[in-house]
Design a protein around this ligand. Structure first.
Ligand code: BEZ
Ligand code: FE
Length: 617
């Protein structure tokens, strides 16, 4: 069991393209009318959206928020009777806005143009006399964040990469923070997923709006994590490297992240690896950074080798690796992303549907092999299983369908088909015992042909979805005998028996005699039966009668009626039972409807609703 305390920071978030135009409305929503606009070059873009609400500008925010700069900005703020702060830019602009809010309690709107995430945190780092201190206070959390993807389109690729990996560091740390909780876990994993997917696209095309939007959302999610939970080793090291050795913030985070990850608990790393789509998280992040052209060694950021041991004596080995930029040792599974991508790309020439089906199949299979760390021996036994499945298959024994049925795939495909026609009777799997062109029989015919069993009178009607009778529908019926066998399984039987074709009358009706169907095992003497046996599953189907109803201009309905109270309704081995198909087959004592002299007979009355092909399906 895990325990946690979770408190979320209140914030209003406006996300989209062109959202900067809503800036004036957002200022008014805070009951403000005199804005101090803070930021570097990109600040200018907020001038016209603010219009007459702009009271003053401060154009020189500085990294690490030195207090002298804050004092200067405070003077500007006081001279102009400011009642709201708007910061456009990265960590420096937003940091200054926070420092001012701390001192004045003015409301803030943050308009981030990088992926640093500071806008979503109640954290402020300030430098005084060359020393950086960090505080956490609700007073510095911006009231409103306006994310405008358009403002990020020009962010240089190198900065996009380091700022994006900085965001990833927030998410990764949140996952192994002592305050981790289900909310930040999900935010963090989603952030990692979007960053891993989006950053390579930004490197390929700086103005890819979809990728930019994904990564900006990730920055918000990761920033929210950073603002909610305590950060650990990674942030501590980066803080010292930045504060005491003057290393640049985002670049340092980028270099250090894979090396800190390599020392984390495997369970968390496995979740990160899945979100990244790789087998091993630390090498996955390292390789991603290299692929994105990001920095991978502290020595390239200007750290002297002689300083490495001064940073944190307890993290010596880690920092030496980060200094020289070696790839962390691979602990998890190998990275097969390139291989998967090659196979996926090989289907580029196929038609759109085939391409997407095959590419997804390849991705799913590769990921299955990887996630389960499949051995060669296991894969060979899977191939052997499929080979035997093929070898036992004949015209009358379809083992692949049985496999699809017992894995529930047939029923999933069936649900997809049926869920698109909600007013019709639910469908159910065809099964392997249907035969084309069963003998045509008149109404009232006894399809059991004298076989032993409880006599069953079936009174069936077919209507359209509006309830109007469907005349001249072709209705094929088939079922097992009292012992659970179909005629095709009994070569000595003079069949066909317990199967027939009827046509509905003008009232959409048909009637026939049969016997009560029994539960039966699906053919279990092949590989599928062996599989069920090996995993402790029984091979039985709940008692049922099959129907296939066809009529030109209508969708063909393939379904089954299940005997209410019958065995295995809750554990049908092919997962074919649906509530709407479980029907009463009540015992009858009076005379039979057609005057036939039978005792202890049963009846089933059912109306099937079928849909017209023009119903828009
Ligand atoms: C059947 O109902 O006939 C059936 C369906 C799936 C697998 C085996 C049998
Ligand atoms: Fe059946």
């Amino acid at each position: 069991m895990t325990s946690f305390t979770y408190s979320a920071g209140p914030a209003r978030v406006v996300f989209g393209s062109g959202t900067l135009t809503s800036l004036a409305d957002e200022v008014r929503a805070l009951d403000a009318s005199r804005v101090l606009l803070i930021g570097g070059g990109r600040r200018a873009q907020a001038v016209s959206p603010l219009g007459s609400l702009l009271a003053a500008e401060f154009a020189e925010p500085v990294m690490h928020t030195p207090v002298e700069v804050t004092e200067k900005a405070l003077a500007v703020l006081r001279d102009h009777d400011v009642d709201c702060l708007v910061a456009v830019g990265g960590g420096s602009a937003i940091g200054l806005s926070k420092a001012l809010a701390l001192r004045t309690d003015l409301p803030q709107i943050a308009v981030p143009t990088t992926y640093a995430g500071s806008e979503a945190t109640p954290v402020l780092g300030q430098t005084a006399d060359g020393r950086k201190t960090t505080l956490r206070s609700a007073a510095v959390l911006p009231e409103t964040i306006v994310y405008d993807v358009d403002l990020t389109l020009d962010l240089p690729v190198e900065m996009s990469v380091t700022s994006g990996i900085n965001a990833m560091a927030h998410a990764v740390e949140a996952l192994y923070s002592p305050d981790a909780n289900p909310v930040t876990d999900q935010l963090a994993l989603e952030a990692i997923r979007r960053l891993a997917g989006g950053l390579p696209k930004i490197v390929a095309d700086r103005k890819d709006v979809t990728a930019r939007s994904d990564v900006l959302q990730a920055a918000w999610l990761a920033g929210t994590c950073l603002g909610t939970v305590r950060m650990g080793l990674h942030h501590k090291l980066c803080h010292t490297l930045g504060g005491s050795f003057g290393l640049p913030h985002a670049e340092t985070h980028t270099v250090v992240l894979p090396h800190v990850m390599a020392r984390q608990a495997p369970e968390v790393l496995a979740r990160i690896a899945e979100a990244l789509g790789v087998g091993d998280a630390p090498t996955g992040v390292y390789d991603l950074i290299v692929e994105l052209g990001g920095p991978s060694a502290l020595r390239d950021l200007g750290l002297a080798e002689s300083d490495v041991d001064k940073v944190d004596p307890e993290a010596g080995a880690l920092l030496h690796e980060a200094w020289s930029g070696t790839r962390p040792p691979q602990r998890g599974l190998p990275d097969v992303r390139k291989l998967t991508a090659q196979v996926v790309d090989s289907f580029e020439g196929a038609s759109p549907r085939v391409r997407s089906l095959m590419q997804d199949l390849v991705r799913t299979l590769h990921s299955y092999v990887l996630r389960n760390d499949l051995t060669e021996q296991e894969w060979m036994s899977a191939i052997d299983f499929l080979t035997r499945t093929g070898q036992i298959t004949t015209e009358i024994r379809q083992e692949f369908i049985l496999l699809s049925d017992t894995l529930g795939v047939s029923s999933v495909v069936d649900v997809l088909t049926n869920s698109r026609t909600p007013d019709t009777t639910p469908s159910a799997v065809l099964g392997p015992f249907y035969t084309e062109g069963p003998p045509e029989r008149p109404h009232g015919f006894d399809i059991a042909d004298g076989l032993p069993g409880t006599p069953l009178w079936s009174d069936i009607r077919i209507t359209d979805t509006a309830g109007s009778p469907v005349a001249e529908a072709v209705v094929d019926v088939w079922q097992s005998n009292e012992d659970g066998f179909y005629d095709v399984q009994l070569p000595d039987l003079d069949g066909p028996v317990l199967r027939a074709r009827f046509r509905t009358d003008a009232d959409g009706r048909l009637t026939f005699w049969t016997i009560l169907p029994a539960a039966y095992p699906i053919p279990a003497d092949g590989p599928v039966g062996a599989m069920l046996d090996a995993v402790g599953r029984h091979p039985f189907r709940a008692p049922h009668v099959h129907f296939m109803i066809a009529k030109p201009g209508f969708h063909t309905l393939v379904t089954q009626l299940f005997v209410a109270g019958g065995e295995y309704l809750d554990s049908d081995t092919v997962f074919g039972v649906k509530d709407g198909l479980i029907v009463d087959f009540p015992v009858q004592h009076g005379p039979a409807p057609d005057g036939r002299p039978v005792a202890g007979w049963r009846r089933v009355d059912f109306v099937f609703h079928i849909s017209r092909s023009t119903d828009g399906v």
